[in-house]
Unconditional design. Sequence first.
Length: 104
Amino acid sequence: MKLLQITLVVLVLLINLAIAFPSWAESTLSLTSNPNYFEVGQKVIWLYKPRTDSSDIQRIPAEVVKLSSKQVQIKVYKHNKEFVNRWVNPNKLENLPKVKKSVL
């Protein structure tokens, strides 16, 4: 009788785990639709404030170079075709709006 109870408990646990694990997984579709999700090589706009007390925000085009858990490294191009890498907060970045190609 005890063997039947143990077998039943183990069976219920295995069924529960088989159902629960797929529901915990995040799909790639939900990640790419998230506005705070960035990929290496993605074009973004850096919302740069020259001074912390300034209300003026400059929108600087950039490209994502590296990703970390708290910051994103971007490549910002200078006027003389050189570039500078900067680590920035992902909240200071926004996705570059995609331009639709004309049918003409």
